[in-house]
Design a protein around this ligand. Structure first.
Ligand code: CTP
Length: 394
């Protein structure tokens, strides 16, 4: 799946399972979907608009009468690539089947041609009522994907079909609908991110301005596409990324050891980290006083990619180059010196790229092919790099 086609309207019907959709929303965001939540007015009895606004980071309205100047029932419908309505109540199913448009969500459904998926949740006798059965059949015949509810315990002591399915099962069905490809399933992707810090003394270090954003974007994209992901993070301000193994390191030596240990069984290595080219020849145990702080002797750090390339079997190695001039020529020199299959070179003159959300540069493949990347998000670049790496993996 390309990095576009990810705008989703998450409709929330007025059922108790609405609270479970807070987790669903989070998991969909982890999977790279961009989400606008549109609750029915009734559903706000279970989960309020503030919760959806906080989780989605987007405004939440339930009626066409709100934010009228934005014509939300048309404009939201236009940006939506997919609809997921979860939970979907018997009443909402009936209104959708009748083609009604009495709140923002039903207006949007009518106004948009985007594929739509419903996740019913209700009491078993409502699910099996002939009216609901007929409504579901009508919606399915019109192209709606309607999940069957799970059988199990419902609110109260009743048991039967009507339970809201597990989040993973909803996501699996939704990913199928969106054509979301788990093309890295069974693969291990090793990513380095951030910038190493080489200690001078207990308080000072030699470092660089790498934020780690590009590496995090690659790790997340690889995970979303089904890979097992190991992220080696040098001084990156991040605690936890769901599903991703994060190993924190400080300096080049630690990063080198972590990479060596993990490289053996990886399929793709994406080396976004900025490794300090040199370290102090010795690290002082005590803080150096300023009258002695006159010069620092440096020792070159080994090139980590070059080291790894000597152990390379079938791994695809992706490197980065930060250049201020002769971008592609320098990238090609680095690619052959470091045994890479692919390199992304970006122009960092004027402090561009570091710490920013966007990037611009050129992907160079080992056969010399150049792919110009116009200004785009680091997330999009992450997917593109994985696309090309996977192609080379064959
Ligand atoms: N890299 C590495 N080990 C180092 C330095 C860099 O593995 N000691 C990796 C980086 O992670 C990156 C690529 O090499 O993927 C290119 O890094 P860059 O700093 O642009 O290149 P250098 O080889 O350091 O060359 P120079 O600084 O002279 O441009």
């Amino acid at each position: 799946m390309s990095s576009t086609n990810r705008e989703v309207i998450l409709g929330i019907g007025g059922g108790i399972a609405a609270y479970k959709s807070a987790d669903l929303l989070r998991r969909m965001q982890d999977a790279g979907y961009r989400i606008t939540v549109v609750p029915t007015p009734a559903s706000l009895n279970f989960v309020g608009a503030a919760t959806w606004e906080a989780l989605s980071g987007r405004p939440v309205t339930t009626q066409v009468w709100e934010r009228v100047d934005e014509v939300r029932h048309v404009n939201l419908g236009k940006i939506a690539d997919f609809f997921l309505i979860a939970p979907c109540t018997a009443d909402l199913i009936a209104r959708l089947a009748a083609g009604r448009a009495d709140d923002l969500l039903t207006n949007l459904v009518l106004a948009s041609d985007a594929p739509k998926m419903l996740v019913p949740a209700m009491h078993p006798s409502m699910w099996s009522d002939p009216a609901t059965v007929a409504n579901v059949a009508t919606l399915r015949s019109r192209g709606f994907t309607v999940m069957d509810p799970e059988v199990g315990r419902l609110t109260g002591n009743d048991v039967g079909p009507g339970r809201f399915p597990e989040t993973q099962s909803i996501l699996d069905t939704f990913n199928e609908l969106t054509g979301y490809v788990q093309d890295l399933a069974g693969k291990k992707v090793l990513v380095s991110a951030g910038g190493t810090r080489e200690a001078i003394d207990p308080v000072r270090y030699i470092g660089n301005r790498s934020s780690g954003k590009q590496g995090i974007a690659v790790a997340k994209a690889a995970y979303r596409r089904g890979a097992r992901v190991h992220l080696i993070a040098a001084n990156v301000d991040i605690d936890d990324l769901p599903g991703i193994e994060i190993e924190h390191v400080e300096d080049a030596a630690q990063m080198s050891r972590a990479l060596q240990a993990s490289f053996v069984d990886c399929d793709i290595l994406v080396m976004t980290a900025a490794v300090a080219d040199a370290r102090p020849s010795s690290t002082a145990d005590e803080k150096i006083k300023k009258d002695q702080y006159t010069h620092i002797d440096l020792t070159a750090n080994p090139d980590l990619l070059k080291l790894l390339s000597t152990e390379k079997k079938n791994q695809i190695m992706v490197g980065f180059a930060a250049e201020t001039r002769e971008l592609v020529a320098s990238a090609k020199t680095k690619m052959s010196a470091k045994g890479l299959d692919l390199i992304y070179v970006n122009d960092v003159s004027d402090g561009a790229i570091f710490g920013q959300e966007e990037t611009e540069g050129t992907i160079v493949l080992v056969d010399g092919q150049e792919i110009a990347i116009a200004r785009t998000s680091k997330d999009t670049l992450a997917d593109l790099l994985l696309d090309y790496a996977l192609k080379q993996l064959g």
